[in-house]
Design a protein around this ligand. Structure first.
Ligand code: KE4
Length: 435
C-alpha cells in the first residue's frame, strides 16, 4: 500500500492551509503519519487518492450513519440543488425538518437550525444565560462542545489529542464563568452548585462522552444532574451532536431516560452537509429572536441542500430495527477486538454503547478524562497505522470514537477483526522491545 499521492497533496496542502488540514484532529499527527486524502466513498468504504480502499469507522466523525453516498441522500441533494442551492428565505424543507426533530427528540418542542455543532452549543449557552439571567456555566473535563470561546476549557477531541488545555486567543474574562469538573463525579457538581447558588445558568454535558474516547455516564450521574439543575434553577443542556439519532431516534435522552431543558444536535441531522440545531421547551426557545430578544442568526441556516440531506438521513432511521441491527454489529466488532487484543497480550479497555465505541490502550476501566489520559497513545498510533495498512480506517486519535453504520456488513467486521489480530501483534512487539 503506498500513499504517494496523499503525501504529495499533504505537502501542497501545508503551503495553503494551516497544518495542511481544515480541522486539526484529522491531521494524523497524533498517530505519527500524514493524513490520507480521500477521492470518493460509498457505503462503508473509502477510496484514497492512491486507489487504496478502507473500511471506514469514522463516518465523517459520526454523520454518515446511513453510509457514504447513500442513493436516497444523494438523490435528495440533487433534486434540491436543481431547484436552487440557497435562498435566505424560508422553505418547506425547514418546516419538515423541524417537525421530524420535534417528533423524534423527547425534550424538543421548538428547534432552530444552525450550521455546525459549535453554533448549536454556543447558541444554547447564550439562550441559557439570557433565559436565566445568570453567567456561570458548568461543563466536564474531556467533553468537547465545539470551539466557541467559552467552551474551550479542559475540552476533549482535538484539544485532548494534542494536549491543549485551553487555547491562546480566548481572554480569561471569557472563560472565567466556565467551570469544568470531572465527568461522572456528581459530588463535585453538587458542591459547586451549592457554593454558587443562583449563579449557574446551565450545566452542559455530553450524555455519553465521545471526545475523550467513549465514556459512559455511571448510573445516576445524568439523573443527578437533572435533580441539581431543578434544585438550583439552572438549565440542563445535553450536547447530543454525536449521540443524537445515533443511539436511537430520541438519542441518549430517550435511551437513558433523562430529559434535558435544551438539546444540541449536529452531524447525523445534516446527512454529511453542514448542519447543527438546538431546541427545547417552548418557553425557553421562544426567547430566541425574532420571537424573543436573545439573538442568533445564520446566512445558510436551514438551507435546502442540508435540509434535504438531513431529512433523507432521518428517513433511513425511522425503522427501530435499524438501531437493533447497529447495536448487534457494534457488539460483534467490539467483542472481536477485545478477543484479538487479549490473544496478543495487549491491554485494551473497550467502552461501547449502541453503534459507537472506543478501545482504550489501558488495562484499567475508563470512567473520566483522567482515566482516559492514562491510555498508551503511542500504542494507539501503531495500531492505527497497522490497521490502515490492512484496509481499515479508524479515528486518527485515541480520544475519539468508532462508528458503525447501516452499510457495515459482517464480512467488513470480520476483515476488521482479522486485521486487528495482526495489528495487535505489532503493538505487542513494540511493547516488548521498549521494556
Ligand atoms: P462541529 O462544530 O465540529 O460541527 O461540532 C462540534 C461538536 C459539538 N459537540 C460534540 C459532542 C462534538 O463531538 C462536536 C464535534 N466533534 C468532533 C469529533 N469528535 C469534530 C471533528 C473535528 O473537530 O474535526
Amino acid at each position: 500500500m503506498n500513499w504517494n499521492e496523499s503525501a504529495r497533496l499533504y505537502e501542497e496542502a501545508c503551503r495553503w492551509i494551516p497544518g495542511g488540514v481544515n480541522s486539526p484532529v484529522r491531521s494524523g499527527r497524533a498517530v505519527g503519519m500524514h493524513p490520507i486524502f480521500i477521492r470518493e466513498a460509498r457505503g462503508c468504504r473509502l477510496t484514497d487518492e492512491d486507489g487504496n480502499e478502507y473500511i471506514d469507522y469514522v463516518a465523517s466523525w459520526g454523520p454518515l450513519i446511513g453510509g457514504h453516498a447513500h442513493p436516497a441522500v444523494v438523490d435528495a441533494i440533487r433534486r434540491a440543488a436543481e431547484r436552487g442551492t440557497s435562498y435566505g428565505i424560508p422553505t418547506r424543507a425547514e418546516v419538515e425538518m423541524a417537525r421530524m426533530v420535534v417528533e423524534m427528540v423527547p425534550s424538543i418542542e421548538v428547534v432552530r437550525m444552525v450550521n455546525s455543532g459549535t453554533e448549536a452549543t454556543m447558541s444554547a449557552l447564550r439562550l441559557a444565560r439570557g433565559f436565566t439571567g445568570r453567567k456561570k456555566i458548568v461543563k466536564f473535563n474531556g467533553c468537547y462542545h465545539g470551539h466557541a470561546d467559552s467552551l474551550l476549557v479542559q475540552s476533549g477531541s482535538g484539544l485532548a489529542t494534542f494536549g491543549i488545555p485551553g487555547s491562546p486567543g480566548v481572554p480569561e474574562e471569557i472563560v472565567r464563568h466556565t467551570h469544568s469538573l470531572p465527568y461522572n463525579d456528581l459530588n463535585q457538581v453538587a458542591g459547586f452548585m451549592e457554593s454558587n447558588r443562583e449563579e449557574v445558568a446551565a450545566i452542559i454535558v455530553e450524555p455519553v462522552a465521545a471526545n475523550m474516547g467513549v465514556v459512559l455516564p455511571v448510573p445516576g450521574f445524568l439523573e443527578g444532574l437533572r435533580r441539581l439543575c431543578d434544585a438550583h434553577g439552572a438549565l440542563l443542556i445535553f450536547d447530543e451532536v454525536i449521540t443524537g439519532f445515533r443511539l436511537g431516534q430520541g438519542g441518549a435522552q430517550e435511551l437513558l431516560g433523562v430529559t434535558p431543558d435544551l438539546t444540541c444536535l449536529g452531524k447525523i441531522i445534516g446527512g454529511g452537509l453542514p448542519v447543527g440545531a438546538y431546541g427545547g421547551r417552548r418557553e425557553i426557545m421562544e426567547r430566541m429572536a425574532p420571537a424573543g430578544d436573545v439573538y442568533q442568526a445564520g446566512t445558510l441556516s436551514g438551507n435546502p441542500l442540508a435540509m434535504s440531506a438531513g431529512i433523507a438521513t432521518l428517513e433511513l432511521l425511522q425503522d427501530p430495527e435499524v438501531y437493533r441491527s447497529l447495536d448487534e454489529k457494534s457488539a460483534y466488532l467490539t467483542e472481536g477486538l477485545v478477543r484479538a487484543a487479549k490473544a496478543a497480550g495487549v491491554p485494551l479497555h473497550a467502552n461501547r454503547i449502541g453503534s459507537m465505541g472506543c478501545g482504550f490502550f489501558t488495562p484499567h476501566p475508563v470512567r473520566d478524562f483522567s482515566d482516559a489520559g492514562k491510555a498508551d497513545t503511542k500504542a494507539y498510533g501503531i495500531f492505527f497505522r497497522e490497521m490502515l495498512k490492512r484496509g481499515v480506517y479508524l479515528a486518527p486519535s485515541q480520544f475519539e470514537a468508532f462508528f458503525i453504520g447501516m452499510a457495515h456488513e459482517k464480512p467488513d467486521l470480520d476483515h476488521t477483526i482479522n486485521a486487528a489480530m495482526e495489528a495487535f501483534e505489532h503493538v505487542a512487539q513494540m511493547r516488548e522491545s521498549s521494556t
